[in-house]
Ligand binder design. Sequence first.
Ligand SMILES: Nc1ncnc2c1ncn2[C@@H]1O[C@H](COP(=O)(O)OP(=O)(O)O)[C@@H](O)[C@H]1O
Ligand SMILES: [Mg+2]
Length: 258
Amino acid sequence: MSALLSIRGLGKRFLSRGTIVRAMENVSLDVQEGEFVTIVGPSGCGKSTLLNILVGLYPPSGGEIRFEGKPIRGLNPEIGYVTQQDNLLPWRTLRKNVLLPIEFRGGDGGGAEERVRALIRKVGLAGFDNHYPHELSGGMRQRANIIRTLAYNPRVILMDEPFGPLDAQTRLTLQNQLLDLWSEERKTIIFITHDLTEAITLADRVVVMTGRPGTIKSVTPIAIPRPRDVYHIHHSEAYREVYDKLWEELRAEVARIM
Ligand SMILES: Nc1ncnc2c1ncn2[C@@H]1O[C@H](COP(=O)(O)OP(=O)(O)O)[C@@H](O)[C@H]1O
Ligand SMILES: [Mg+2]
């Protein structure tokens, strides 16, 4: 099967205050349609840079990205991006915020309102449709942020530490909801996190990156059966085994840059 998204030899150098920073080097990865891939790696190893390039915010210094076998350059409307900052517009209600990307794309002939309503319900935000962002908790805003990207139906969704600022309980709830949404919608997801447990809980495969210049150190399939219980997964033997292996790999990289 050919990959939906194929990343080949991707690298990025930045010129920063007169010196060249090699952020990321020789990153190659094939992602299949419907796959959930998570990425962990030490801070500053180019994880956000990788997503920024995939979504087309700036070009790579080298390498290539293919979508369904065709090289892509620049913005690709099939790829949605969920950032850590929710970027909700303060003067628009929750519902209007979720509708915004659909409006940008010229609407979809009428089904949008219904789809947005259903998504709002699915993530437990029914009744908050007409609330403004300042009336919502951090967890609610991040849910709105995620369904806003789901609403316009991109085939790939990139997520950059979307649950980073949330408390532990809220994170688990949102992980659970994300897994439900993913199993219904069958999106292809690339998800960055600094939380190894989160990376394992969500993923079909976990990618470990090295310290800067970031490159792929390992790719590990997670054989834990689905549906997964985000609240108890850490009790299972299969979980502990893969956690220990990945933690060793990650620890070595974090130690190397300290
Ligand atoms: N626009 C930029 N200009 C200059 N340097 C940058 C820019 N974006 C990122 N970098 C540098 O590239 C490296 C990787 O950054 P980033 O991708 O944000 O890492 P991560 O998300 O893994 O923590 C860092 O050293 C960072 O300072
Ligand atoms: Mg980052």
